[in-house]
Design a protein around this ligand. Sequence first.
Ligand SMILES: Cc1cc2nc3c(=O)[nH]c(=O)nc-3n(C[C@H](O)[C@H](O)[C@H](O)COP(=O)(O)O)c2cc1C
Length: 331
Amino acid sequence: MKIGTLVLDNNLVMAPLSGISNLPFRLLARGMGCALVCSEMVSAHGLIQRSEKTEKMLCSDPKEKPLSIQIFGADPDIMAEAARIVESKGASILDINFGCSVKKVIKTGAGAALMKTPKKVEALIKAVRKSITIPLTVKMRSGWDRSGDQALRIAEIADACGVDAVIVHPRVATQGFGGTADWSIIEKIKTAISVPVIGNGDIKGAADAILMQNTTGCDGIMIGRGAIGNPWLFSQILSCFRDGEIPSVSLDQRFEMMKQYVDSTIRCQGEKRGCHMMRSRLGWFVKGLPGSNKFRESIKRIASEDETIHLIKSYLNDLQKVSVQNPTATP
Ligand SMILES: Cc1cc2nc3c(=O)[nH]c(=O)nc-3n(C[C@H](O)[C@H](O)[C@H](O)COP(=O)(O)O)c2cc1C
């Protein structure tokens, strides 16, 4: 897939996930073959005020490139200035958020609230487009509500204003993440605009990815929740596209990945904060395994890297004993 001048290795993209898709998380996704990773949404206001916390969100590493940084805001001048900052920090792509339905964001007129006001969208995209030279994308929902073809209208505006790709998560804002994504809207937009369309929503396995591509004709596929604790989803989809096979994930691979995640989180956040983050996040990787509740309980108070690695290894040991004693058990 090509986004503007950027040629990607394949058409799989890791979705922006606020509070989740930080550098360590993105490195896992890239390691499993996804061609493009996205930052969590970053406040344009925070960026231009040089807020330390906001600037930290731009923290990156050459190994994860290409990286798309997503910004949100409603003021064209502030968004244009924030986009310039993002470009100067080395982002490969700038993405604008037209999809966030969190109250705190929409009450400022940003995120999905913009889908109600096409004129504002136009002014905003034009201002940002003028301010940067890197490829520009927009990520939208299917609309604010079900009153009409809001996504189609916004996609046509975006195309006319010079964006390089449009990402569509076809749920309306009032839906949050409930119900199902209406992929027919991705197809509708794909047939109406000239730039690549990246479809998003409800990809949980390789079969979903193939179905989305075949039924909508989308150029790219973006995956969010399905890859949380399961970055192998990317390699499985790629393998399925290539030769129809879906390789399984061994226990050793799973636990190696957890150790890698601990290591890069601690290097990125420091030991104290890193361990704190791991208290809930390691649980993502053991969903459905025997004894996972006990493991989750055991990591609730981890405070050092050594302790964390020890608990991971001892849980793996326990699981290996189970499978030796009962080889038919599926850990
Ligand atoms: C916890 C969480 C955080 C999210 N944060 C963002 C965000 O920062 N920016 C954004 O555009 N979408 C965000 N989304 C939406 C996802 O990028 C994606 O559009 C949505 O989850 C549907 O895709 P999926 O079914 O593959 O998860 C978030 C979703 C979740 C569940």
